[in-house]
Design a protein around this ligand. Sequence first.
Ligand code: LLP
Length: 407
Amino acid sequence: MVALAEEFGTPLVIYDGGLLRDTMRRYVQAFRAHDPNAEVIYASKAFWAQALLRMAHEEGLRMDVASGGELYMALHAGFPPGKIVMHGNAKDAREIGEALDAQVGLIVVDSLDEICLLDEIAGERGRVQDVLIRVTPGVKPSTHAYISTGQLDSKFGFSLEGGLAAAAVAACRQAANVNLVGLHCHIGSQIFEIGAYRVAAQLLAEFVKEQGHDDLSIMDMGGGLGIAYTRGDEPPPVEEYADLVMESVLAEWDAAGLPRPRVMVEPGRSIVGRAGVTVYRVTGTKDIPGVRKYVAVDGGMSDLMRPMLYGAVYEALLPERPEAEATESLRLVGKHCESGDVLIQEAELPPVQRGDLVCLPATGAYGVAMASNYNGVTRPAVVFVDDGRPTLVVRRETYAELVARDL
Ligand code: LLP
């Protein structure tokens, strides 16, 4: 990290390329151990560098895109359109047209308006599009309210309760240019209590039984497996999650007397989160007697929104003295003109001073993917390291790019 910070500057996002690849492989193996037709779809919103998307393709994953922009990035990376799954709760006509023109494999429909619009636009193009219906089963796993999506009162999808999901099935069956092939359900993100997937599977199997299974042969269970951000976090390993999801779906479908569906999952965070770290340089420290010590770094909310947005907790370490004893309690803050621009409220670190490097582990998911240019701060460079060899995969943004779109 010290050498990389020297070579590429800070803030720098560093991924362990081997760990990324290994996690993708473990995912595919763990799901295919139960059914060779199971599919792992990478949720590109978590981190979408071209190098990563290409790697996901090489490792046999499909790609989840949630907007026209993410679709563009997947196609640009050479992803076969048939392996792309198009999401979004508010797709507009242009994005639907782009998905149809690209001939994406699946579109996940999220509203009755979208079903009508898709039917119309597909009709104009003389195409029939395979779709999944996004169902919200009413399961609320324990996670932050902003990142839980499977409950009844949600902007996403069609609830089982109140008959919305049934209405969506009917609408798809009536639409001449929409070919219903299955259901989708994403109950939330950063989930440790994976038993929630079993509850969801049970509700979904009941629903498929009610509706008739002929055109509901795919069951996409979404993403959501949590990762460790701090030492105390103990999420289940990928294999345990895969066993639980596959066993739950297959057992619930068997119990309902239904033919087994083709299971898909859409992990994002659990593929890229732990593989990435961010390295900052300390720009200065301030000791307020009797109050606390502040340590400021050269990045912050523009490259890592999660502490501010969700109250997410991270830990820090000093790459130059990783084994030194943590004797100071301090607040690690960013460089933005916001009091809330705090990376870590209470960090325990060895003595730190200006010029030191500070590393935040587990920033690989929803870090640079949610980056902004607030305060005219340029977005960081991204490096993949494989067997000790670094490759710059995203260069640092330049000042010129900050004004490039202004007319
Ligand atoms: N599939 C769908 C339809 C989703 O909405 C999401 C995430 C995923 C898959 C991937 O979920 P994952 O495996 O990464 O949990 N920005 C927030 C997370 C938002 C997640 C949104 N949807 C964060 O930083 O925690």
